[in-house]
Design a protein around this ligand. Structure first.
Ligand SMILES: NC(=O)CCC(=O)C(=O)O
Length: 288
């Protein structure tokens, strides 16, 4: 959020936003969310993830999602060991190569959870998004690193080993426009607002929540982001499908016609008081 610039005209702010929801290539499809058990054995994690993706596609999923840091343990000691050089590809990036290959062979869109990425002596927590041709459509480096200190409960500092990403990520895919965040990114509502303003149909946040704040907040945060921005969980903040902590894949139907319908029922975008507050898209400002 930022104060309005001095050239700001309230009557413009109160008119509908210039960016309407683009027409998605598919209006209804199945999404699969794979929740995976992760071990210290990277090769096993990769084949295990592949099997889950294949099983989801066999059930008709056109979009498959993996969780945060699925190819090894989620710890500062492990990030350097399991990190991959995505740009080099091949043997330097076996998790990345598997995802690209499986997306192509199954002709699905794959939001590849996240893996630690090594680039120019930095490590990032990175989500790769693959199109149904197996090509990398986009890469999101976690913007908000998870640094937390709740005495006696949890202390963790992702920033000890990882570098924060610098860019919001929106990708156009066969299943619509997707805004990407990774786990802790979901707590920062401006990012979700920005994605909605950029016409995202769907927001995907691969996660690995901790067990202190997680049970309290993970559903709350997803519902809040969806209800604020009228995007899916459901666009009214309704949970379409959920599960507990065990390994499983949940499959649900996404119906984008609900977004337009819910936005007509409850026309927040025309009621927003841009004359009093405004979200400034710094990347767009910079490119003007
Ligand atoms: N991996 C993460 O970013 C964890 C975020 C989390 O647990 C939270 O409470 O937020």
């Amino acid at each position: 959020m930022a104060a309005a610039p001095s050239s700001f005209r309230p009557e413009e702010a109160r008119s509908p936003p210039a960016l309407e929801l683009p027409t998605p290539p598919l209006s209804k499809f199945k999404v699969a969310l794979c929740q995976l058990s992760v071990t210290a054995d990277k090769a096993r994690n990769i084949s295990h993830a592949r099997a889950a993706i294949e099983a989801a596609a066999a059930k008709g999923a056109k979009l498959v999602l993996l969780p945060e840091i699925w190819n090894g343990p989620y710890s500062n000691d492990s990030f350097p060991e399991y990190a991959e050089d995505i740009e080099a590809g091949g043997d330097a990036a076996p998790s990345f190569s598997m995802m690209s290959e499986v997306a192509r062979s199954l002709q699905i869109t794959l939001v590849g959870g996240s893996i630690a990425e090594r680039s120019n002596n930095n490590l990032y927590n990175t989500c790769c998004i693959f199109g149904s041709d197996g090509k990398l459509k986009g890469k999101h480096r976690k913007i908000h690193l998870f640094d937390i200190d709740i005495p006696g409960k949890i202390t963790f500092k992702e920033s000890k080993t990882l570098t924060a990403g610098q860019n919001p990520t929106v990708v156009d895919t066969d299943v619509g426009r997707i805004g990407i965040g990774i786990c802790y990114d979901i707590r920062f509502q401006e990012l979700a607002m920005l994605y909605a303003a950029r016409g995202a149909h769907l927001l995907c946040y691969p996660g690995a929540f901790n067990m202190t704040t997680g049970p309290l907040h993970w559903e709350l945060l997803q519902r809040a982001r969806a209800a604020d921005n009228q995007v899916l969980v459901g666009p009214f903040g309704e949970v379409i499908a959920t599960t507990e902590h065990e390994e499983t894949t949940i499959i649900a139907e996404i119906d984008y016609s609900l977004i337009e319908q819910r936005r007509q029922f409850l026309p927040l975008q025309y009621q927003r008081r841009g004359d009093l507050y405004q979200l400034v898209d710094v990347q767009r400002l910079g490119s003007q």
